[in-house]
Design a protein around this ligand. Structure first.
Ligand SMILES: Cc1cc2nc3c(=O)[nH]c(=O)nc-3n(C[C@H](O)[C@H](O)[C@H](O)COP(=O)(O)O)c2cc1C
Ligand code: SF4
Ligand code: SF4
Length: 262
């Protein structure tokens, strides 16, 4: 490749339509790339025209897959950028991050996970190039507030805290707590927990003729679901429980049958 491009920097653009993003990233590195740029769009069918019985958009009776992009793909892009940034073989590659970057916070999140360049496609299509000036202003305010003088001061700071699931602290205990003064008694938390989580929120009639929704600590597994469905800001909070137990990963945990078998 170098014989063809000379000293020009080479960014290899990576598709997310793969199971393990490290394989193409390592291949790009082996091929002499200076940087990787990711992600491209995610293969998708956005919907089906039920009259034409063909995927949208319908072209002369037929449709095909398209490329999903914008805010919806940001979580996929963040994950893939983080995988490359924390992988021993690829951690020194420069990363130009793309995927749903729409505001300064999106930009800061990608930088925190190790991106040292950013690209914006869908947001520029929706709002024009001026959106980048808004991102610059927001990033600048964020950096002032945190005392970061340059992008390099916070680039990659979140990498060391991005771990495999089994390296999380299995003894970390969170319980949901409902602020009765903020609760509007809509019942969404109860339905969510009752039907799809751990049946940990009770309903009781109160003396004001209303209903109290209360978390049963012994049943709550700290899944966060009730917090996400509650329509009232800060009405449900997740409270860390002091249990005195040490940091314990899954490989160390006594409930891990593989450990027991050792
Ligand atoms: C209409 C459209 C056309 C695109 N064309 C290309 C292309 O020709 N080559 C390419 O590498 N990526 C192409 N992309 C992908 C974008 O460069 C980008 O990787 C992707 O859209 C994710 O970023 P975004 O969420 O900011 O849009 C295209 C995206 C869109 C929406
Ligand atoms: S955190 Fe999960 S388990 Fe606990 S009360 Fe909320 S929905 Fe139920
Ligand atoms: S979802 Fe929120 S507001 Fe609704 S009942 Fe539960 S705690 Fe109250």
């Amino acid at each position: 490749m170098r014989e063809v491009v000379g000293n020009l920097p080479v960014f290899t653009k990576l598709t997310p339509n793969t199971t393990d993003i490290l394989l193409p990233a390592e291949a790009a590195m082996a091929g002499g790339a200076d940087a990787v740029a990711l992600i491209n769009t995610v293969n998708s069918i956005i919907g089906v025209d039920l009259d034409a019985m063909a995927p949208n958009p319908v072209l002369d009776g037929k449709g095909t897959h398209g490329g999903y992009c914008g805010s919806a793909v940001k979580p996929i892009a963040l994950h893939m950028v983080a995988e490359i940034a924390r992988n021993g073989a690829t951690k020194d590659l420069d990363i130009s991050a793309i995927g749903g970057i729409t505001n300064w916070r999106d930009a800061a999140e990608f930088i925190a996970l190790g991106a040292n360049a950013l690209q914006v496609c869908t947001a520029a299509m929706l709002y024009g190039f001026r959106i980048v000036e808004d991102m610059n202003d927001g990033l600048s305010d964020f950096m002032d507030a945190k005392g970061y003088k340059t992008i390099a001061d916070f680039c990659g700071l979140a990498i060391k805290n991005t771990v495999n699931w089994n390296d999380l602290n299995m003894n970390y205990d969170l319980k949901a707590k409902i602020d009765q003064d903020k609760c509007i008694e809509c019942g969404r938390c109860h339905i969510a927990c009752e039907d799809t989580s751990h049946q940990a929120i009770t309903i009781q009639a109160n003396e004001k003729g209303g209903r109290d929704f209360t978390v049963v600590d012994a049943e709550c597994v700290g899944c966060n679901l009730c917090l996400h469905v509650c329509p009232v800001p800060d009405c449900i909070t997740m409270e860390p429980q002091e249990n005195g137990l040490p940091y314990m990963t899954w490989p160390e945990h006594p409930k891990n049958v593989q450990k027991v078998a050792e």
